[in-house]
Ligand binder design. Structure first.
Ligand code: C5P
Length: 308
């Protein structure tokens, strides 16, 4: 197949990380996944992916960024898997690309960094290869890659049901400011769900997003949203990483409107009233050695988007 783009040309996509404003989980299903009722918000922390044409069947990735050493570069890399899936479904395998990934979203941090990279690769390769793939097709491929990938394609604020992959947009007003406390070390999502199963074998019986969260978002009331942030996986994450309890407490003492472990952790997300409080939190938490780094971000922002 001829390249629709000159060989040297690059397609660049930026994909955002997410926080879960609320996450309720049912018990483990026979397929190993958990039924969720969650609200995602995409935040302004981005991985960037450049893709270029390569000979048919060749798909490779190189990774740069703070935690690049933690990201596999072989066939298990989620961007590689996503490109291969797309090539197989839409190009009879006869397509290739080289990818350069610049990581900013923490690796295995509970912010869907790997899923963002898969979403970025699906979008970037569909453009590079000039494929006739609709946004719904990309969402369907994304769901096959992982539960959070569809949200990483759409971004914004959305309710996720099923495994978290069935999305409905949610009305929100205004911009929310977050301080994200990143820790050293990772927490494995399957391990956190495993601990959740031990702590709560029958899961949360109320599998719905509470109306007060939706009301807070519609009215743009950050203080009300702060009061109802909730994550069923938090207890499991804290039991695997007890120092997270102190991080959560310290951020609230420093003026956060609300705090929760993001997804399966270990990143802790603090909703703050303004950028100034975010800065205070950043200085306080790093000063006390409670975070490797604190990133100040805002949401909602779009999901995976072309930037060149
Ligand atoms: O879909 P993804 O590969 O991102 O999920 C990683 C792991 O997280 C799954 O293998 C499963 O152990 C756990 N998970 C779950 N229920 C969900 C989402 C993820 O148990 N709804």
């Amino acid at each position: 197949m001829a390249s629709p783009l000159a060989e040297a040309e690059v397609v660049r996509v930026r994909a955002s990380g997410k926080v879960n404003l609320t996450l309720r989980s049912g018990p483990r299903r026979p397929d190993g996944y958990h039924q969720l009722a969650t609200l995602f918000q995409a935040v302004s922390m981005y991985d960037e992916l450049d893709v270029r044409w390569a000979p048919p069947g060749q798909v490779s990735v190189s990774v740069t960024g703070e935690q690049a050493g933690l990201v596999p570069t072989g066939e298990t890399n989620l961007a590689v898997r996503a490109a291969r899936l797309l090539a197989q479904e839409y190009g009879a395998g006869g397509l290739g690309c080289t990818m350069e990934l610049r990581k900013t979203i923490p690796v295995t941090g509970g912010m869907a960094g790997g899923s963002a990279d898969a979403a970025a690769a699906l979008l970037a390769c569909s453009v590079l290869w000039d494929l006739d793939v609709s946004p719904d097709d990309l969402l369907e491929l994304g769901a096959r890659m992982g539960a959070d990938v569809p949200f990483c394609l759409t971004g914004g604020t959305a309710m996720g049901t099923g495994r978290g992959d069935r999305l409905a947009p949610v009305l929100t007003r205004g911009t929310y400011h977050w301080a994200l406390a990143l820790s050293d070390g990772e927490l494995s999502t399957p391990e956190v769900f495993g601990r959740f199963d031990e702590l709560q074998p029958s899961g949360n019986a109320e599998l719905e997003v509470p109306p007060e969260v939706l009301n807070a978002l519609i009215s743009g009331d950050a203080a009300a949203l702060g009061r109802c942030l909730h994550n069923d996986l938090q207890e499991a994450a804290v039991s695997l990483r007890p120092q997270l309890a102190r991080v959560l407490e310290a951020g609230l003492e420093l003026g956060a409107l609300g705090a929760l472990v993001s997804g399966s952790g270990p990143t802790v997300a603090f909703l703050v009233p303004d950028e100034r409080t975010g800065l205070d939190l950043s200085v306080g938490l790093t000063g006390e050695g409670l975070a490797r780094v604190v990133r100040r971000v805002h949401g909602p922002v779009p999901g995976a988007r072309l930037i060149a």
